[in-house]
Every structure is written in structure tokens, then in C-alpha cells.
Design a binder for this molecule. Structure first.
Ligand SMILES: [Zn+2]
Length: 71
């Protein structure tokens, strides 16, 4: 199953690149709740089109967390 870039139509995609851009409190990612009521951060993985540089997809490895939301 090959995904194509929606921008340029290329299938030259590199998958599951970790985002390691450090921000103040750690790493960029999505927050989830741990058993100790602390927040964890699930790293975002990117699929990148190497032809035009578009990040085609952002995803995480473990989608079944108890996610922090603003509600
Ligand atoms: Zn592209």
C-alpha cells in the first residue's frame, strides 16, 4: 500500500520519522494521562515526501492512550 503525496503525486515518502524538536518542557508530541495522573508525551511520527518536502501525515505509535483534551 503506497501512499502518494497529495501535493506533487510522488510516492517517494519516508515514513515514521520521529519529531525530535525540543520545546521548553521536553519534546513536541501529544499528551496522554499515565496511571500516576502525570502527563506523558507520545512522540509524533511524520511521513515526509522527499520530492516536495510536504509532511503527508502525522501519527503516533500508540493511539489508544487516555488523551489529554481541553474539555
Ligand atoms: Zn510531494
Amino acid at each position: 500500500m503506497k501512499t502518494k503525496c497529495p501535493e506533487c503525486g510522488s510516492d517517494e515518502l519516508v515514513r515514521d520519522i520521529p519529531m525530535s524538536q525540543a520545546v521548553e518542557a521536553g519534546y513536541a508530541g501529544l499528551q496522554y494521562k499515565t496511571a500516576l495522573l502525570l502527563s506523558g508525551t507520545e512522540p509524533l511520527l511524520s511521513d515526509l515526501c522527499t520530492q516536495c518536502g510536504t509532511v503527508v501525515r502525522l501519527h503516533v505509535k500508540n493511539p489508544e492512550r487516555k488523551w489529554e483534551t481541553k474539555n
